[in-house]
Design a protein. Structure first.
Length: 447
């Protein structure tokens, strides 16, 4: 019994000891916490990181051109109305993630010239889930009220904050192999903002001994403080909506740009300069490892994996991008779908040359027409009576029968089906009139 009490005490101490300093990102502390409940997981994460690192150095044009799409569910766990962020804030956060992971954010113009050549486009898209794990239609935002006024504690305990992932206090993860789960809650402690977010990095290196290091699927995902989610969040803390970009970076296997150590410790990314510690200001002249290495470039305060305010964060490097993509294709293989986008200019040229005969001529026969190039689907209902009041609905299923899209059509002879842009692959469609099937077939989208 004494032995058990001692081990509980040691476990408690090991969980709380690392968190004496307040860190805005709990990534490193979270790895320690996961280690305490899953011995071996830290080593597994290191091995996982190194395997992806080796892969990230093998660049091929094709591997960089594909777009990876990840479906996301936001769990808004609130105690007061203030925590219960609006749909607008959530969708603006998603847009910022998409901009930063495709390097289309407007502030890329602020990347300094010395770093422009190494800036990278991750080619990763995030879409709100349209179906929950049971196949029920959803907007990808779950709202759960909690009796807890806040999830933070002093000193910070990630065992306490992780309660946001339990039904008793928060919202349980959706299948973490299929969805990126992002929990939003109050991470403050006694009214103080310290921890702004943390994430679960990939694990799963081949032939790893034992199974304990894998037993945490229910915790996978990202946790964010409600004050830093979305653009123009009324609380407006300095790191703002770029915090989510940082935490998703950890989820996809990136480390802090200063390597969580001094100038002798690296983040293993060859295109990020050394840094002695986290930067929390936008000072462009800072070069914290200059004395250790006189040819060192200034600290990359633009990098999302630093602690700098969001207004000066605007880039990942090419190797960081390659590392995240390698992690996806080796360790998070079920979380994304992939397609190779066709540049709009190529589609326009093909249409001009008459090679791409899509959309088809207006007077096409009854049926459903799709273009694998443009991801468009058109429905022709044929000759319709002028006062037709029937209800036409089209549904798209995966080959396994899961509904992925449903649209009620207007009573027009010929029309496009909206909302198909996120779908890539082979689908079964079913067209119904007043509930009765009138057509069924296959469409292939997005290649
Ligand atoms: Zn971090």
């Amino acid at each position: 019994m004494l032995k058990q009490l001692l081990s509980i005490l040691i476990l408690f101490l090991s969980i709380s000891a690392f968190s004496q300093e307040v860190e805005q990102c709990g990534h490193t502390a979270y790895m320690e916490y996961l280690e305490s409940i899953n011995p071996g997981i830290k080593q597994n994460m290191d091995a996982t990181f190194k395997q992806a690192l080796a892969q990230s150095k093998i660049k091929t044009k094709t591997s960089q051109d594909t777009i990876h799409t990840i479906q996301v569910v936001f769990h808004i766990v609130y105690n007061t109305a203030q925590h219960n962020l609006s749909d607008d804030l959530i969708t603006s956060q998603l847009r910022v993630l998409n901009e930063c992971y495709t390097r289309t954010n407007p502030d890329t113009i602020n990347t300094r010239d010395i770093f422009k050549p190494v800036a990278g486009d991750a080619g990763i898209r995030f879409v709100l889930a349209t179906r929950d794990p049971s196949g029920i239609t959803t907007n990808g935002i779950v709202r759960v009220q909690t009796a807890l006024t806040a999830f933070g504690s002093s000193p910070t305990s990630l065992a306490m904050t992780d309660r946001v992932k339990q039904t008793a206090y928060g919202s349980e993860a959706w299948d973490t192999d299929k969805y990126l789960n992002i929990w939003v809650c109050d991470l403050s402690s006694r009214g103080r903002d310290g921890l702004l977010g943390y994430a679960y990095p990939p694990t799963g290196v081949d032939n790893w001994p034992g199974t304990s290091s894998f037993a945490t699927a229910d915790k996978q995902g990202v946790v964010l403080h409600y004050k830093i989610v979305g653009e123009n969040n009324p609380s407006s803390l300095a790191t703002g909506e770029k915090t989510a970009v940082h935490e998703v970076g950890h989820y996809l296997g990136l480390r802090h740009i200063w390597g969580d150590g001094g100038c002798t410790v690296d983040d293993y990314m060859e295109d990020t300069p050394l840094a002695s510690a986290a930067n929390q200001n936008c000072y462009p002249s800072i070069n914290s490892c200059y004395s250790a290495q006189p040819d060192d470039l200034p600290d990359m305060i633009e990098n999302y994996m630093d602690y700098t305010p969001g207004k000066c964060q605007n880039m990942f490097t090419q190797q960081q991008v390659a590392q995240m993509r390698a992690n996806l294709t080796i360790f998070r293989t079920t979380i994304f779908s992939t397609y190779i986008p066709v540049p709009p200019a190529v589609i326009a040229t093909l249409r001009k040359l008459g090679i791409l005969n899509f959309p088809p001529p207006i007077k096409c026969p009854f049926g459903v027409f799709s273009s694998t190039l443009t991801n468009e689907v058109f429905v022709s209902l044929g000759e319709l009576p002028e006062d037709d009041a029937s209800q036409y609905v089209i549904k798209f299923f995966t080959p396994l029968g899961q509904v992925v899209h449903e649209a009620t059509l207007s009573n027009e002879a010929y029309q496009a089906v909206n909302g198909m842009t996120g779908l890539h692959g082979a689908f079964i469609y079913q067209l119904t009139k007043n509930g009765d099937e009138i057509a069924k077939g296959k469409v292939v989208l997005g290649f």
